[in-house]
Write a protein that binds this ligand. Structure first.
Ligand SMILES: *Cc1c(COP(=O)(O)O)cnc(C)c1O
Length: 243
């Protein structure tokens, strides 16, 4: 069972790394510039453990309830392997305290109120000694203003960036976005990339552009993505009942 799954994940990883390398070559970029996040949502901790054994260092989840025990299980199984967890989903402010307990980075910050809740939770964790570092965050931008998917509209991006910049507990690392189904992905990522450039010119730490998933990672890399978030292409289909 495990051997079979390991072989599947190894093949998925080789395929995704090849896609990243091809896209980087086509864009005249180095593959070192693009970080791979394995999106393990709906998959068991055992898959993350196998992927870590294959050299994956960064994992992403979209629900606190699922991620907190999964990250704990991985840490228990691999005490000497440093892995980083990234929150990429919508969240309620009352989850901030739990999220700062497992997430090294939150990519889906889309309101001042959420940023304030995360800053407060991160400060509390530092006081308790359960965190030593400020929390890294990315602002999730919305390209079509769809309130269901989350993200701040591009018109509010700079204001939120300034707000986060004033917080001593949060480090603004960049901008994250998802290409809306209604848009051509290339046009969507170009827009996102320009918005990220504007944020970066005011906030030098905001160097990351998290863009591209299984279906559109090559297009995103062509538009300057520094971080692709890949679930299906690495782990297989999540199934109909899954979020
Ligand atoms: C699920 C998810 C992904 C991964 O999507 P795939 O199409 O399976 O690669 C990436 N980003 C976010 C925000 C997600 O929720």
């Amino acid at each position: 069972m495990t051997e079979e799954r390991r072989a599947q994940l190894e093949a998925g990883l080789a395929d995704v790394r090849e896609q990243i390398a091809d896209a980087c070559r086509a864009a005249g970029r180095s593959p070192d510039e693009v970080k791979l996040l394995a999106v393990t949502k709906t998959f068991p901790a055992s898959d993350a453990i196998l992927l870590a054994g294959l050299g994956v260092t960064d994992f992403a989840e979209n629900r606190d309830q699922e991620a907190a025990p999964k990250a704990a299980e991985v840490a228990l199984a691999l005490p000497d392997t440093p892995v980083r967890w990234h929150m990429v989903g919508r969240m309620q402010r009352n989850k901030a305290r739990s999220i700062v307990g497992w997430a090294d980075e939150v990519q889906s910050v889309d309101s001042p109120r959420l940023a304030a809740a995360l800053a407060k939770a991160a400060a509390g964790a530092r006081t308790r000694g359960s965190r030593t570092e400020p929390l890294s965050v990315l602002i999730q931008a919305s390209l079509d203003g769809d309130p269901e998917r989350g993200g701040v509209p591009l018109s509010g991006l700079l204001e939120l960036a300034d707000e986060i910049g004033r917080s001593g507990e949060l480090i603004l690392r960049g901008v994250m976005g998802v290409a809306p189904l209604s848009m051509d992905p290339r046009a969507a990522f170009e827009l996102l990339s320009k918005a990220a450039d504007r944020v970066r010119s005011d906030h030098p730490t905001a160097v990351e552009l998290s863009a591209g998933m299984s279906g559109d990672l090559a297009v995103a890399i062509g538009q300057g993505s520094t971080c692709v978030r890949v679930g299906t292409g690495l782990l297989g289909y999540r199934g109909l009942a899954s979020p």
